[in-house]
Design a protein around this ligand. Structure first.
Ligand SMILES: NC(=O)c1ccc[n+]([C@@H]2O[C@H](COP(=O)([O-])OP(=O)(O)OC[C@H]3O[C@@H](n4cnc5c(N)ncnc54)[C@H](O)[C@@H]3O)[C@@H](O)[C@H]2O)c1
Length: 366
């Protein structure tokens, strides 16, 4: 699909656009629905539409009948406007007639070594701030910001001898790098814009869903890629389909929520009582909870990690967003037993895109 530059609205058009966006927001949240709105779903702006998540969201939204504007610096089948979220005039034009924004565009962890801190500030902080400001000005009814569990940073690694960390939304972030710093700052800017200007905002602190190989050399060398990802569903991974579902629910519920921050990760089988043993003897805990896991892992020559340092808890997202993630460690084991792919069809369809235009080690070509 080619790219198209949308017509830039005039200032005079902006007031009418605001009223139109508010009307469409009613439709988004299932409120009073004028006849004309019944015929069309409200338009959604997806930023980062060439990326893993942006592409997935564009596919799911279009499948449900939503018109989608896909904005990315990279052209792609899901991108309808090629340009940057830091271009205010372009962003303004992209918001024309839009009722909801799903903001996934980012520089992230794989870019820490290849991009400057200023690049991170420009895209993640200035870009998000500008986008949220313009969304508020346009009367957008729902703004979903994809953040990351990386925002928790050093809080994810307890001191030696301590139990594994139980990570809920109440844990204070201690960012570890420029990615975490900028994601946390962008979350806080969104919160201010919600408070000061009434833009409904939901922040989703999302766990890892990338299909690319692990970013840690010794982990990658010690375990099969499938083994690593299967293990991670116990405490720190989530399937792309479940991430997309959480975004759509957040989009629908943002007007009632006002501002909310949620962890989006597969449902963990662990409880707080497991945390001490998890740190030093994870295979014992997993064996008790899943008596069939050892035989399946043995059949494949796979191993559980000896100890786990943190557990992401998704209870708040399930309770308040009505999110019901389907891809957890039980699902993984059942799929493995039947020699099926444990990824969702959406994750398989989107596949691996890489994170750089040139080879930079494990994160290669886009
Ligand atoms: N991939 C993961 O495992 C993971 C884990 C936790 C959180 N997240 C979050 O999920 C979101 C999506 O991640 P992803 O893996 O799909 O990322 P991705 O790199 O595949 O996609 C991000 C897209 O944003 C685009 N982009 C970058 N700068 C831009 C700009 N200035 N203007 C417009 N577009 C720009 C990129 O070209 C890219 O297509 C991100 O916000 C990320 O922080 C991802």
């Amino acid at each position: 699909m080619g790219t198209e530059r949308l017509n830039r609205p005039t200032r005079a058009k902006t007031t009418g656009r605001r009223a139109e966006n508010r009307r469409k927001t009613e439709c988004l949240r299932g409120g009073p629905t004028p006849i004309v709105a019944i015929m069309t779903q409200p338009r959604v702006l997806v930023t980062g539409s060439a990326g893993h998540l942006g592409d997935a969201l564009s596919r799911v939204l279009r499948g449900r009948g939503y018109p989608v504007t896909g904005l990315d610096v990279l052209d792609s089948p899901s991108t309808t406007v090629t340009g940057s979220i830091t271009d205010r005039e372009l962003v303004r034009s992209c918001l024309d007639g839009v009722s909801a924004v799903l903001h996934t565009a980012t520089l992230h962890k794989p870019h820490v070594g290849s991009h400057s801190q200023q690049d991170f500030l420009d895209t993640n902080v200035t870009g998000t701030h500008l986008l949220a400001e313009e969304a508020a000005a346009a009367g957008v009814g729902s703004f979903v910001f994809t953040s990351s569990t990386s925002a928790f940073g050093r809080a994810l690694t307890p001191a030696a001898g301590q139990p594994a960390a139980w990570i809920t939304e109440d844990v204070a972030p201690v960012p570890r790098n420029i990615y975490g710093v900028t994601k946390t700052a962008a979350e806080n800017l969104c919160e201010i814009i919600q408070r000061d200007r009434g833009l409904p905002v939901v922040v989703l602190r999302t766990a890892r869903f990338f299909p690319e190989p692990d970013d840690t050399d010794d982990v990658r060398q010690a375990y099969d890629d499938g083994n690593i990802k299967a293990n991670e569903y116990l405490y720190r991974r989530v399937d792309l389909q479940d991430v997309a579902d959480a975004h759509l629910l957040a989009m629908e519920r943002a007007p009632q929520i006002g501002f909310g921050r949620y962890i989006v990760s597969a449902t963990t089988p662990f409880t707080r009582d497991d945390l001490g043993e998890l740190r030093t003897a994870a295979p014992d805990v997993v064996g008790r909870l899943f008596p069939d896991y050892e035989a399946e892992y043995r059949r494949r020559g796979w191993r559980m990690f000896p100890g786990l340092g943190r557990v992401y808890v998704n209870a708040k997202a399930r309770d308040e967003l009505g999110w019901a993630p389907r891809y957890d460690f039980r699902h993984v084991l059942d799929a493995l037993r039947e020699d099926r792919d444990f990824r969702s069809p959406l994750a398989v369809a989107v596949g691996a895109k890489g994170y750089h235009a040139e080879s930079t080690g494990v994160y290669t070509v886009r």
